[in-house]
Design a protein around this ligand. Structure first.
Ligand code: TRH
Length: 395
């Protein structure tokens, strides 16, 4: 359906406030770039933390922080306390309930027709999401209506971010010599043919040393690739090292640990695609692991009043469907242990043997899950369609 406002290609404006970690900017940059690549319109992205943007997206190093500039079809702007609005987009997205500056709201209210105003919410598999997706909330004073847009895992939600060519690129990368094999060789990553390749991106994890001990004492070689992240301190503790840096490699029995630099998002996808098992966290890496279609372990972002436990259980309830009971139990037990919420207080080390035994079945399951999710509209397309309908309805 053509967009009814100024042109068939609307102007998008996305506001991103980096609360903690990289997830918020990770999602916003991915969304902005995907909208631009799909030709959904022109896209401007406001980011309050320029340094976080540069880590996720090193191309931003070439963009003048004060003046802003274009990268991959996206206009990047630094959102500072001295914010002065430009002509607002016809679609304004505030990510994760970040508060728009009052001057931006006034500028939006002065436009006729008023922009489609979206609050892009966090991803959750909880049942209440379907009832809130698309809900409207009029501004108390200004002639503006905010609409809540939720990503999701079924047709009742807004989908997951998935670039149009992602799965084809993944499959080609895995088989072509210049893909996976070259990527591993360039990093000096070898491991025997039977080694279990594991990527480990995580928050602090006090139980890691015991799990490393289980890996070190096991029969199968475990090659753990750790991009620099908050878990590195626990990796040091586990390996008895004061400090570990990108490039370091340590062997303990059957466990080989190698530290990798934090890369751009494409480089992180490659890591996920290269591994047999991925430990991920937060929101964006959690979704990327699902597109990698390999077994994964999710460390959920801690919320007040343990609200994250409900979120974890809601996802487990969906994800485990279709798995045989033994494998489903093994996965749930290990995930709960990894998140410190196993009812029997089991540690990840205790839950590991059953989880490891379940990996072949979990591998098949991860592929099926990926196919089911890929059959749903992706988030950028769903958001574009939603905004187009909203603009039509408001005419
Ligand atoms: O950084 P996170 O913990 O983000 C979290 C969540 O988004 C959470 O919902 C939010 O409330 C909280 O932040 C404030 O984990 P996440 O979401 O996986 O984001 C990490 C990003 O970093 C993701 O876009 C992938 C990217 N990444 C790289 O680009 N290069 C790397 O080397 C690595 C390891 C990650």
């Amino acid at each position: 359906m053509p967009f009814p406002l100024s042109a068939s290609r609307p102007r998008w404006e996305i506001f991103c406030q980096v609360v903690d970690n990289f997830g918020d900017i990770g999602v916003c940059w991915r969304l902005a770039a995907d909208l631009a690549r799909r030709g959904c319109g022109s896209v401007r992205l406001w980011v309050d933390d320029w340094a976080a943007l540069r880590r996720i997206c090193p191309g931003a190093n070439a963009v003048d922080e004060a003046l802003g500039g274009s990268l991959q079809g996206v206009e990047l702007r630094h959102w500072t306390s001295a914010f002065v609005p430009l002509v607002p987009g016809e679609i304004v997205v505030e990510a994760f309930a970040c508060e728009l500056p009052p001057a931006q709201l006034e500028a939006m209210a002065a436009l006729r027709p008023a922009p489609v105003w979206i609050n892009l919410e966090y991803l959750s598999a909880e049942a209440w999401v379907a009832g809130c997706h698309g809900m409207a909330s009029p501004h108390p004073r200004l002639p503006l209506v905010k609409r809540f847009f939720f990503p999701g895992f079924d047709a009742g939600g807004g989908g997951l971010l998935r670039e149009a060519d992602l799965l084809a690129r993944r499959d080609a990368w895995r088989v072509r010599p210049e893909g996976r094999a070259a990527w591993l060789a360039a990093r000096g990553i070898d491991g025997g043919p039977d080694a279990l390749r594991v990527s480990l991106f995580a928050y602090e994890q006090p139980d890691l040393p015991a799990l490393c001990e289980a890996w070190a004492g096991g029969d199968r070689e475990v090659l753990v690739l750790v991009p620099e992240s908050r878990v590195l301190g626990d990796v040091c503790r586990a390996l008895g090292r004061q400090r570990l840096r990108a490039g370091d490699r340590v062997q303990r029995g059957a466990l080989v640990t190698q530290v990798l630099p934090f890369t751009d998002q494409a480089g992180y996808d490659a890591l996920l695609w290269a591994c047999d098992l991925n430990f991920v966290r937060g929101e964006d890496s959690f979704v990327r692991a699902q597109w990698a279609a390999r077994p994964f372990v999710w460390q959920i972002y801690l919320q007040a009043d343990a609200a994250h436990h409900d979120k974890l259980e809601a996802f487990l309830a969906r994800y485990l469907q279709g798995l045989p009971v033994a494998e489903a139990d093994a996965l749930a037990r290990f995930w709960r242990a990894w998140n410190g919420c196993a009812p029997d207080r089991a540690s990840p080390a205790a839950a590991w043997p059953a989880f490891a035994a379940a990996l072949p079945a979990l591998d098949l399951h991860a592929r099926r899950w990926c196919d089911v999710q890929a059959a749903l509209p992706d988030l950028a397309t769903a958001l574009d369609t939603f905004c187009s309908h909203t603009a039509h309805a408001a005419r």
